[in-house]
Write a protein that binds this ligand. Structure first.
Ligand SMILES: [Zn+2]
Length: 67
């Protein structure tokens, strides 16, 4: 899976490099951690934090509630 570091959410344009809109859960590991976050558009994201920073590795669809 290609890295999505430095891009924005394709659904709402929220920068992936910015602070997560909402952090649902955090799972620290020795090298960094894994964050489950929800974007401004409602899509779920899994972010991996390591020495290189944070990158989005999985992104769900936006919440259908908003529209
Ligand atoms: Zn979004």
């Amino acid at each position: 899976m290609p890295s999505t570091t430095g891009v924005v959410c394709p659904h709402c344009g929220w920068p992936d490099g910015a602070e997560p809109f909402q952090v649902l859960s955090a799972h620290p590991t020795g090298a960094g951690g894994t964050l489950w976050t929800r974007c401004a558009c409602g899509s779920l994201q899994a972010r991996v934090v390591d020495g290189d920073g944070t990158r989005v590795v999985t992104r769900g669809r936006p919440s259908p509630v908003e529209c």
